[in-house]
Write a protein that binds this ligand. Sequence first.
Ligand SMILES: [Zn+2]
Length: 435
Amino acid sequence: MTGRITLTDKTDTAVEILQGVRLINPLDGFDGVVDVAIDKQSVVWIRKASGKPSGLWLFPGLTDMHIHLRTPGYEDAETLETGLQAAVAGGVTAVGMMPNTTPVMDSVDMVVAVRDRGNSLGLSLIKPVPCVTVHRAGEICTDLEGFAEKGITCFSDDGSPVESREALLDAFRRISVFGGVVIEHPEVTRIAAGGSVNQGLASTETGEKGIPERAEFLDVKRCIDVLRTSGTDARLHLTHLSSPESIRLVQNAVEQGLRVTCDVTPHHLALNQQAVIKLGTVAKMNPPLRSEESRKKVVDMIGKGMVTAIASDHAPHTAARKELSLSAAAFGITGLETLLPVTLDVLGRETSLRTVDILRMLTTAPAGVLGISPPEVAAGKPLNMVLFDPQRRWDYSHTFSRSTNSPFRGTELTGKVLRVWFRRELFREGEFVQS
Ligand SMILES: [Zn+2]
């Protein structure tokens, strides 16, 4: 266990020492056992461990670059407070908030108001990701420069692709001026329309219309083509990729010098289409869970360093929107509280990635895409870190989210977030610390 020694310095600031923790810092690649002294706001010092290793890990707070907070419009599924509490409980101290709310996040004033309200809660940092196009309709770009003036430089029509080639081209030209990024939900809607599960075993077994992998990778290809045509150094991020072909296209683009990044969700790593056959709507998501063959290929590609980030695509829904037929139920599952244990489990078992490389995909890499300064645990820095027990087994039953639509609910997970600090201590052993 960590030390509970309290020292007192000259200014009488209480200092706590976390003894014998394995500090993993993706920013500089450090991975070693140390003692870490902290006060109420910052890391005071880091020294070689004086005693035995505690078995606990300490690393920077995670950045989950793709989540749905359902506010405004769907507060019965999630509020800023419940969503950000779920984030902190999962070790996540920065989030990219997707824009498919009601109304949609396409006006500067509204987005700034939601961001500021969320950030005033003192939980995870919100980085809003407003719409690329007005009404998220895929046709005419929003006031991208107006957003940039407010420090908002990431844009997405998530839930849908940016349908119009002209709008996408316009967006690339304009965001390249201020270093922005388009986060594309890659989907050819005319191919995917009406589908609810993977085309293949899942569509055969359930009798539902299938969504083939090409509904995803053809849009990945289109976006990369438009980026190339733009002749700009704009950045493109392809989110929640499920098809190995999509990742191959991203890799090709990177090799050609284009600024393209991508992420994969933990559930596409851990589950295949059997889950939706067995569990039904609680495992219905877009893109759908794929074949075991594709899942394995995606994991292999992550092992080869071809994927930038892991993001939860936390998508809370009320029971009323999930307790329906497969075709009628909403797409998506919650994921903030399971992001870390599920990712560490699959990538730890099925790849030869080092822990620091896995954590990079959950911290500095997504932070870089969103334009957040890279999180690190370092002397003199404000507190932004997670204490984690990699051995602890726990049942995922309680959730801080307002929704419960996770296929991992009721299962035993290994690896638990014990404490979380972001500017101050926020969370300890399952409870929020009162300020
Ligand atoms: Zn999406």
